[in-house]
Design a protein around this ligand. Structure first.
Ligand SMILES: C[S@@+](CC[C@H](N)C(=O)[O-])C[C@H]1O[C@@H](n2cnc3c(N)ncnc32)[C@H](O)[C@@H]1O
Length: 215
């Protein structure tokens, strides 16, 4: 087994002739991923952030970062992020009760996750709970997702803080080509943020890009 560290608690592992991404973790399986030798396999088809790492782009997460996570669902990606920011905290927003119920199970066993059942388009409703953060991760597949990201950044992102937005072209506009939607999104974000990197999530997530920004 060949192992290479990417960032704190994230490893690229050559195992059984295959390259995989895993986080170092003292916890068990959360969504059916394999657990071996103190690592949890991070499945790129289930988590867009795992796909980004596997495609060779690293976000330099620090173990003590405070993160605002918009669209936590049942916690697939949040569970790995919790392994990474082990001395930090994740404020996780999700408005759908069904995935949130499973997410609560994860939050109970992790001391660094604060689960919040709320609508990310109404950040004033959770501004009494969430503090200023180093990083905003957004994966909500909504038409107005850029507006939602800007709104949350304005309130919660520290100056110089970073963000990552997962963009699904069809959720924003299904009437024009994906490439046009992506260009518009990047142009829109560049009015308020420095664009650090953007890229496709293919072949793991069709018709999606990520955009990494700094405030
Ligand atoms: C693609 S899934 C997220 C998957 C998750 N990020 C992961 O990788 O484990 C999108 C989630 O965003 C949630 N969502 C969409 N709009 C939202 C909003 N305005 N406020 C809070 N959650 C929202 C949906 O309920 C859904 O659970």
């Amino acid at each position: 087994m060949k192992i290479r560290k990417l960032v704190h608690n994230v490893y690229l592992i050559e195992k059984d002739g295959k390259e995989i991404i895993a986080t170092k973790s003292g916890y068990g399986s959360h969504y059916g991923e394999k657990v071996f030798d103190g690592y949890r396999e991070w499945i790129p088809y289930r988590s867009k952030l795992a796909a980004i790492f596997l495609k060779g782009y690293s976000i330099k997460f620090k173990p003590n970062w405070k993160i605002l996570y918009l669209g936590a669902a049942s916690g697939t990606t949040a569970s790995h992020l919790a392994d990474i920011v082990e001395d930090g905290i994740i404020y996780a927003i999700e408005y759908s009760a069904k995935p949130f119920a499973k997410f609560l199970g994860l939050a109970k066993e992790r001391k660094n996750i604060i689960p919040i059942l709320e609508d990310a388009s109404k950040p004033w409703r959770y501004s009494g709970i969430v503090e200023k953060v180093d990083f905003i991760y957004q994966d909500i597949a909504q038409k107005n997702q850029i507006e939602i990201f800007k709104l949350n950044s304005k309130i919660f992102l520290k100056k110089g803080g970073e963000g990552m937005i997962m963009v699904k072209a069809r959720s924003i506009d299904s009437t024009v080509e994906s490439e046009r939607v992506f260009s518009r999104v990047i142009e829109d974000l560049s009015k308020n943020f420095e664009i650090l990197k953007h890229g496709s999530l293919e072949p793991f997530h069709k018709d999606h890009i990520f955009v990494h920004v700094r405030s």
